[in-house]
Ligand binder design. Structure first.
Ligand code: PBG
Length: 325
């Protein structure tokens, strides 16, 4: 049967009908809110390229997470700006490192809020690379050892989920082993499994001052042209013990999200990254797009493509809109 018996517009006629046949629903429970933690006291510093996003000192975090939790957002993802950086990123695995302090403060203020920690060295190395540089190259196996002790140190501080983002081979297995040896077998790993060498990270690198001082990240992050390789990355990470897998960025990689969703059963997160956020904010501030509509459409598309969880700087505003709907 076809037209005129079939009329697909019949079920689009009213909002009630549209709601009944809606295939994808964005929910507050799907959102993860990234937070930038900096050194100092009483700091709430705007990040210029990311309107509405701030760097907070540890003492200012309880107030911020109070708001996040009261909006019903289940989880935050932490990034740190240490006071000093060095060649081996020591700030990442110091017991009193900036994120370790932040985790303690957040768990004290809001124990039920899930605290996910980014496990990477780029915010802590003087050269801005995600690992240890030996003879001008990022050394995989040495970096993996440091990532494992970083994850352990963050688990000791009380982190709920470790999210390694350095794109080193074997990092998930090393972190799993280190956590298990030390009694943290209950801590899940959310692996940035398919993380691309993307120009969409620009505003984030300004936010945490982690742009590489020489070269780029293309020898460890993925080539944006590849999708089969993403499936191999995900497969490797699952074999190594990842509990949640991630595709990053999200918007220009909906096909990757969809392919990963079809090929694997693990919970899947997608990272709606800084550049995706900044583009929307800039256009909205110019009055060129209707912000709420565009943001909800983008996040719904990421979910429709197959993501279960969405890491997004829009999380707080989206939680407010979804509450008012
Ligand atoms: C660190 C890291 C980056 C992002 C998340 N973790 C930057 C990078 O790899 O250069 C980007 C997040 C964003 O753009 O919002 N490895």
């Amino acid at each position: 049967m076809g037209f005129p018996q079939v009329r697909l517009r019949r079920l689009r006629r009213t909002e009630t009908l549209r709601q009944m046949v809606r295939e994808t629903r964005l929910e507050i429970a799907n959102l993860i809110y990234p937070l930038f933690v900096t050194h100092g006291k009483e700091v709430r510093q705007a990040i210029e390229a990311m309107p509405g996003i701030f760097r907070f000192s540890v003492d200012k975090l309880p107030e911020e997470v109070e708001e996040v939790a009261s909006l019903g957002i289940p989880a935050v993802l932490l990034f740190g700006l240490p006071e000093a950086k060095d060649e081996v990123g020591s700030g990442a695995y110091e017991p009193k490192g900036i994120v370790q302090q932040a985790v303690r403060a957040i768990k004290e203020a809001r124990p039920e809020l899930v605290v996910i920690v980014d496990v990477c060295l780029c915010e802590y190395t003087s050269h801005g690379h995600c690992g240890v540089v030996i003879d001008g190259e990022v050394d995989n196996d040495k970096t993996v050892e440091l990532l494992a002790i970083t994850a352990l140190s963050l688990a000791e501080a009380g982190a709920d989920i470790a999210a390694p983002s350095a794109m080193m081979d074997g990092m998930v297995a090393a972190i799993r082993a280190k956590l298990d040896e030390n009694g943290y077998e209950r801590i899940p790993i959310m692996s940035y499994a398919a993380k691309y060498a993307s120009s969409f990270y620009g505003p984030f690198r300004e936010a945490v001052e982690c742009a590489p001082q020489f070269g780029d990240r293309r020898s460890y992050q993925m080539d944006p042209a590849n999708v089969r390789e993403a499936l191999s990355e995900v497969e490797q990470d699952i074999q190594q013990g990842a509990d949640i897998i991630m595709v990053k960025p999200a918007l220009a990689y909906l096909d990757v999200i969809s392919r990963v969703r079809d090929a694997f059963n693990h919970p899947l997160a997608a990272y709606n990254v800084s550049g995706e956020y900044s583009m929307v904010k800039a256009a909205a501030q110019n009055g060129w797009i209707e912000e709420k509509g565009v943001v909800l459409e983008i996040l719904t598309a990421i979910k429709r493509a197959g993501a279960d969880m969405i890491i997004t700087y829009h999380a707080k505003e989206v939680a407010r809109w979804l509450t008012l709907l």
